[in-house]
Design a protein around this ligand. Structure first.
Ligand code: MTE
Ligand code: HPA
Ligand code: MOS
Length: 747
């Protein structure tokens, strides 16, 4: 089945916030943000801006009716700065005008004086100065110190992975409309409608039921709209509450790039120990997370870094610590993988380092240490239904790794100015919000009297095709054609108290709720049909829009019509909460994940050793989809995530000045993968498995895990650089831009 949005997407007819028709009295918002990264606000003069014709009002923290606070996990972030600014781009005021052009004109006339304070831009500096978000977290298993004493090989090193801009095609935005009695309806481009609702209510000092949040769909979120879609919606709502007029606010790309947080850069320090058989015995890491100026989701992201610090390997002695360092950058936030990729880059670097020092093939070390059935993770969960070796072996066989390796060696002998490199990258990713209480969802299913069906869930469609999957679940469970089912917008009045669409778990959580609701409806319709046909309920099956018993046949519509006459409820609301999972934060042990997703990628690159440029020749992947319910969509997720992962590891270079100003503030200075830099070939093969019971229809979560296949590109490029220049000392400093490659080639 195709993505249900493909027809309207292709024709440009799909609706996003900015496509909504607005009323004639709609006003337009624009943020005035800090032009310095750290300092005391001495004065702000709005008078000239206020005099611009068409400017309606400029809002600041003084206009907040409730609390000037938007922090999700820790209340450490004001909606609008009060007397201090903590990052370049921090919102200070909100200009509301008759048009965006007028608001922009007014913004230029605001005069601000800031007494500057020292600026911290790196995690290391923050650590040295004791600038932290919260207390560090540590996971431990076994005894690393004891184990190191018995290790044959021990290496210590440092790695760096840079941030990453989400670059959702649709920038942040919202449209807030006043309803009667002070109620407000907000259409928001958010992954977290309930978070927008809750924070808006808090800032306005009203009950949550006064705020309705509706989400049509997102033009991409990638984590960037999990928490950071909120401030704009809240600003617009504050303006609405004062002006009693609709307010629309769509960020332009420049403002969005400057004001929003990104993937967290990490500086990490590791120590790895192996025995004489090259089994990794001990692994210690200190992760320094560059959190930015406020917590946002940093503590949760830090936690996931610890969960994925050993990737697909079994290591008996582990001691990992993560420190969320407070800097003067925009608060960094969720980004596909949610701290997992940063953790996995470190273990892969450590293994590559050992391989380089000992002069052995990295893949030999990787293979020796792959996770096996019943191995334990550092957080206590026992690995079951492990596919690490299966996907690894499958890639090697299907894509003829040994032959490729020989060909690459031959190529490198024959070519002086071009070198090839290959790498294998296994992934293991835990599915569930790491915060157990967030793993729940609800669905509301209506069967209308004509037999058509409307489904509402807490899932937000952001291009990952979750709506298509929800529709499939409903159609499959009800035994009707997909055309009979419609997916409604995501709305807090229909489905309340939702967790954000995140953690790759949306289809599982919401899908299980849809399934439950549809099963309840089928239960009631079975009674109706069994009476109509005068047969036992056990003989009733809803398949392809009909119930057939012997030669008698009832259509879905006939049964629904009869149910109406019998006053049978044709609406069902169901709740699902993941069973089994638990986690004890005092011990840092438990069973936090419903299951893990596995896979392995084989990456092949060619480096131009004159220019330092490179091409990704091919990426071949064997991925554990479980029993995929929609292989087209799932392969699309793998391809997209892979491109995004390669971008993070190779070319996307976020740069801030030492003054905290974003230098890579446009697409002319920030390079994202395009059709030329994408792999020339991407082969994705599903691993044959039975799937997992906690996955919807046994079809495993797919959104984030494949991003980490992109890490393979870093190491393949490194292999090629070493093939050209044996003096090169691996840096483990991503992204591996052509500039760094060139320097490395001639080091
Ligand atoms: N795919 C598209 N096209 N657009 C997106 O914004 N977000 C990713 C992933 N795939 C995203 C995407 C992220 S960060 C997550 S967590 C998952 O989708 C969320 O959706 P799911 O839980 O339905 O997989
Ligand atoms: N993943 C993604 N988003 C989240 C999580 C998580 O584990 N926890 C809170 N938000
Ligand atoms: Mo995805 S980073 O969990 O939104």
């Amino acid at each position: 089945m195709k993505n249900i949005d493909s027809y309207t997407h292709l024709r440009g007819e799909s609706l996003f916030v900015d496509d909504m028709s607005v009323t004639h009295d709609t006003l337009f918002g624009l943020t005035f943000d800090s032009p310095k990264a750290h300092g005391k606000i001495v004065s702000v003069d709005y008078s000239k801006a206020e005099q611009v014709s068409g400017v309606v009002r400029i809002f600041t923290y003084k206009d907040v009716p409730g609390v000037n606070q938007i922090g999700g996990i820790i209340p450490d972030e004001p909606l609008w700065a009060e007397d201090e600014v903590h990052f370049w781009g921090q919102p200070i005021a909100f200009i509301v005008a008759e048009s965006e052009v007028i608001a922009k004109k007014a913004r230029l006339l605001i005069e601000i004086e800031i007494a500057e304070l020292p600026v911290i831009t790196t995690a290391k500096e923050a650590k040295a100065k004791g600038s932290f978000i919260n207390a560090p977290r540590s996971f431990e298993m076994g005894d690393t110190q004891k184990s190191f004493a018995n290790c044959e090989h021990i290496f210590e090193g440092e790695t760096f992975s840079n941030g990453q801009e989400h670059l959702y095609l649709e920038t942040q935005g919202c449209y807030a409309v006043p309803l009667e009695n002070g109620n407000i309806k907000i259409t928001s481009s958010t992954q977290g409608p309930t978070f927008v609702q809750k924070i808006t209510a808090q800032v306005l000092g009203v009950a949550m039921h006064k705020i309705e949040v509706d989400v049509i769909r997102l033009g991409g979120g990638f984590g960037g709209k999990e928490d950071q879609a909120t401030p704009w919606a809240v600003m617009a709502a504050v303006a609405v509450s004062h002006l009693k007029k609709p307010v629309k606010y769509i960020l332009n790309r420049h403002d969005d790039l400057r004001m929003t947080g990104k993937r967290h850069p990490y500086e990490s320090f590791y120590k790895i120990g192996l025995d004489e058989d090259l089994k990794i015995q001990a692994f210690e890491v200190e992760f320094l997370q560059n959190s930015g100026a406020a917590a946002d989701l940093s503590p949760a992201i830090a936690e996931r870094t610890l969960f994925h610090a050993t990737n697909s390997y079994f290591i008996p002695n582990v001691a990992t610590t993560v420190i969320s360092c407070k800097t003067n950058l925009p608060p960094n936030t969720a980004f596909r993988g949610f701290g997992g990729p940063q953790g996995m880059f470190v273990i892969e670097s450590a293994i590559a380092r050992v391989a380089h020092e000992l002069g052995i093939d990295k893949s030999v070390l990787q293979e020796k240490n792959l996770l096996q059935e019943n191995d334990q993770f550092s957080y206590g969960q026992i690995a079951t239904q492990v596919e690490a070796k299966n996907s690894w072996n499958s890639v090697k066989q299907n894509f003829e790794y040994d032959i490729l390796k020989a060909k690459v060696a031959q190529f490198n002998i024959e070519n002086e100015l071009f070198k090839k490199g290959i790498s294998l990258m296994p992934i293991t990713f835990g599915i569930s919000f790491t915060n157990t209480p967030m793993n729940h969802a609800r669905a509301l299913v209506h069967i209308y009297q004509d037999g058509s069906v409307g489904v509402s869930t807490g899932a937000v469609e952001m291009g990952q095709s979750v709506n298509t999957k929800m529709l499939q679940v409903a159609a499959h469970t009800l035994g009707i054609a997909p055309e009979k089912v419609k997916l409604e917008s995501t709305n807090t009045t229909r489905v309340a108290n939702t967790s954000p669409t995140a953690a790759s778990a949306t289809a599982d959580l919401n899908g299980k709720a849809v399934q439950k609701a549809c099963n309840a409806l089928i239960g009631r319709l079975t009674t109706v049909a069994s009476n109509m046909l005068n047969v036992a309920e056990s003989e009733i099956r809803f398949v392809d829009n009909v119930v057939k018993v012997d030669s008698e046949e009832l259509t879905w519509e006939e049964i629904v019509a009869q149910a109406m006459l019998e006053r049978v409820a044709l609406t069902e609301n169901a709740h699902y909460a993941t069973p089994i999972i638990h986690f004890d934060k005092t011990k840092e042990k438990g069973h936090p994940f419903a299951y893990h997703v596995y896979g392995t990628a084989l990456t092949e690159v060619t480096v131009d050793c004159l220019r330092g440029t490179y091409e990704i020749d091919a990426v071949s992947i064997v991925h554990d989809f479980g029993n995929s319910m929609n292989i087209g969509i799932d392969i699309g997720q793998v391809e997209g995530a892979l491109a995004q992962g390669i971008g993070w590891m190779t070319m996307e270079e976020i740069a801030y000045g030492t003054d905290g100003r974003l230098l890579s503030n446009a697409l002319s200075t920030y390079k994202v993968p395009d059709v030329f830099s994408a792999p020339k070939k991407i082969n994705v093969r599903p691993l044959t498995t039975g799937g997992h019971d906690l996955a919807i229809l046994k079809s495993k979560a797919v959104g984030e895990p494949p991003l980490m296949y992109g890490i393979g590109a870093y190491f393949a490029i490194q292999e090629a650089v070493i093939a050209f220049n044996s003096n090169y000392k691996p840096k483990f400093h991503s992204p591996f831009t052509p500039e760094k490659v060139l320097k490395g080639l001639y080091e």
